[in-house]
Design a protein around this ligand. Structure first.
Ligand SMILES: NC(=O)c1ccc[n+]([C@@H]2O[C@H](COP(=O)([O-])OP(=O)(O)OC[C@H]3O[C@@H](n4cnc5c(N)ncnc54)[C@H](OP(=O)(O)O)[C@@H]3O)[C@@H](O)[C@H]2O)c1
Length: 359
């Protein structure tokens, strides 16, 4: 029997991966969480029913966050803890995402039975580069759109350096943006994707910064958690993987915005608002708009622009994420129908009024 440690276990993906590993393995699970607040335990209620599970508080900003975990028995580490907001400030991104990850690697070095250190990263660790992006380590020459991207890249670099030096069985899984639980389109966690659609749906944003041809790589939590559980297995080769749809499964931004409006326009409430589809603008035009509304205080429009600004530039930087390694290591990886996924997700968003109503 193995012993799996999951960081950020009460986060969105931490919970999903924990549930899948409980189902798929006989292993014991130690779930580490930032805060010992009993209120937060509710998020883990389903998992805590299982006697194989224990919970340990571990804030990765602490000097030795995993001091309470017995390293001798740990066979697998899944590192899911991170600050995931695109507008995270640089010091927080450094302390949690970069230095926190280095502490996970330091703990991994103390685990003599370790067969896999699986770190969750993002496709956006590629930063501003364009064109084909391979499942290899990136340098930072292209630069980054925000501190989140930079910190995920810097975390990868720390891990890869540590793994080389200490022979750690490291896998870096670069994830796509998760928009729904599964093919039903049910939304389990709201992020920049949903928030931007909400702004369109309520007429708070009429411009879309981006090139309509930029491909979007979107996934479900089910696909991602299944893939992570697969990549955590000791018999699967370690290394860097794009846990994402294949390039031919991604869909262009312009088409997906149109598809979203096709769904919105089926709703009588939306039709009554008589909103036009957003116009695509260039990055300078969008920045002018952001600058020009600086004096508007905390108006809804100002908030809308602030929520889109941290990732807007990425919508101009077309990338094709090669996932040949993933598909070789995980031949059963399910296909993603991005258009159908976006249609189902938008239907869920409209039916639930963006989460305010039961479906
Ligand atoms: N979801 C996506 O679409 C997506 C896409 C690409 C990559 N990823 C990556 O996948 C991983 C998990 O993402 P997620 O969507 O599950 O994010 P999430 O729901 O925000 O969960 C993040 C977890 O990290 C914990 N955490 C934050 N600061 C911490 C600290 N100082 N010490 C210990 N734990 C801390 C959070 O705890 P608190 O809530 O208590 O702070 C939370 O449990 C991240 O590495 C993210 O970059 C996610």
């Amino acid at each position: 029997m193995g012993h799996i440690l999951i960081t950020g276990a009460d986060g969105y993906l931490g919970r999903q991966v924990a549930a899948r590993l409980l189902r798929d393995t006989d292993d014991r699970l130690t779930l580490t969480v930032r805060t010992a607040d009993p209120g937060r335990r509710a998020a883990l209620a389903d998992l805590l029913d299982d006697r194989r599970v224990d919970v340990v508080p571990a804030d990765v900003r602490d000097a030795d966050p995993f001091a309470a975990v017995d390293a001798a028995g740990v066979t697998t580490i899944v590192h899911a803890a991170a600050v995931t907001a695109f507008n995270v400030d640089a010091p927080t991104a450094l302390a949690v995402n970069v230095e926190g990850t280095a502490k996970v690697a330091a703990f991994a070095r103390r685990c003599p039975r370790l067969t896999r250190l699986l770190a969750l990263s993002t496709l956006f660790a590629a930063g501003r580069r364009t064109g084909t992006v391979t499942e290899t380590r990136h340098d930072d020459t292209a630069g980054f759109v925000n501190h989140y991207e930079w910190s995920k890249w810097a975390a990868e670099r720390r891990l890869l350096t540590e793994a080389d030096a200490a022979g750690l069985p490291l896998t870096v899984a670069r994830l796509a943006t998760i928009v729904a639980e599964d093919g039903t389109g049910t939304v389990g966690q709201y992020n920049a994707f949903h928030n931007t659609l909400k702004l369109f749906c309520y007429g708070l944003l009429s411009l879309m910064p981006g090139d309509p041809k930029t491909p979007l790589y979107l996934a479900t939590a089910e696909f991602t958690a299944r893939g992570l559980a697969h990549l955590a297995r000791p018999d699967v080769p370690s290394g860097i993987y794009h846990l994402a749809p294949a390039p031919e499964e991604a869909a262009p931004l312009g088409e997906l915005v149109d598809l979203a409006f096709d769904v919105f326009e089926r709703d009588p409430g939306f039709r009554r608002r008589r909103l036009l589809r957003p116009a695509f603008c260039d990055i300078d035009g969008f920045r002018d708009l952001v600058e020009g509304t600086r004096g508007f205080g905390a108006s809804p429009m100002r908030q809308a622009l602030d929520s889109v600004s941290p990732f807007a530039e990425q919508m101009f930087l077309a990338k094709d994420f090669d996932s040949t390694r993933l598909r070789t290591a995980w031949p059963a990886a399910p296909a993603t129908d991005t258009r159908r996924l976006v249609e189902a997700t938008c239907t869920h968003l409209v039916t639930t009024r963006f989460g305010r109503r039961a479906p």
